[in-house]
Design a protein around this ligand. Structure first.
Ligand code: HEC
Length: 153
């Protein structure tokens, strides 16, 4: 009986292990196509870096979540210190296309880029931003994106 279950368990374990390995390597930052990442970086540096920092460190990396002397919150970081990775892909696309919350009393303005950038540019920027996250953050954000998409009609 014991031998019998071992016989079934072993191939299962092997399959499980190889599945895990695959997921891990798929999620590494360098697994995104180079061209897409460099295009994203290029467009990001032109349109986003002035506020969010060239490496996604945010407008005020020393205190990214604290109001400055004007009473407003600085543009948030997109790297692993920020919370951009909490948002699913479609929400990120919407924020970039339509702009931020428009609450200019409490926040600096996040402009809308829908008439400046095409879908491909926006997709490339999001891919570049994903390279700034940790493997765990990328994995979590991928799940959030899948969950959100599966709920769409
Ligand atoms: C003029 C400054 C400015 C520029 C330029 C700018 N942003 Fe923002 N962005 C902000 C501010 C301020 C916020 C937070 C307030 C809000 O959302 O209204 C924000 C919020 C965001 C958010 C949501 C916050 C988060 O952590 O998820 C995303 C995503 C974002 N920006 C992406 C971009 C991208 C991509 C570009 C370039 C195409 C860009 N921003 C250009 C100022 C800017």
């Amino acid at each position: 009986m014991r031998l019998f279950s071992l016989f079934f368990l072993l191939p299962g374990t092997f399959l499980l292990l190889s599945a895990c390995n695959k997921t891990e390597s798929d999620l590494r930052a360098d697994s995104f196509p180079d061209e897409l990442v460099s295009k994203g970086r290029e467009v990001y540096l032109i349109h986003c870096a002035a506020c969010h920092g060239p490496n996604g460190e945010g407008q005020n990396p020393a205190a990214p979540l604290r109001r400055d002397e004007t009473g407003r919150y600085p543009a948030p970081p997109h790297n692993e210190n920020g919370h951009t990775w909490h948002h699913d892909d479609d929400l990120l696309i919407r924020i970039i296309t339509e702009g931020g919350m428009g609450d200019t009393k409490n926040f600096y303005e996040m402009p809308a880029f829908g008439d400046k950038l095409g879908n491909e540019d926006i997709q490339a920027i999001i891919t570049f931003i994903k390279t700034l996250w940790s493997d765990e953050q990328r994995e979590s954000q991928r799940k959030v994106t899948e969950a959100a998409r599966s709920q769409q009609p």
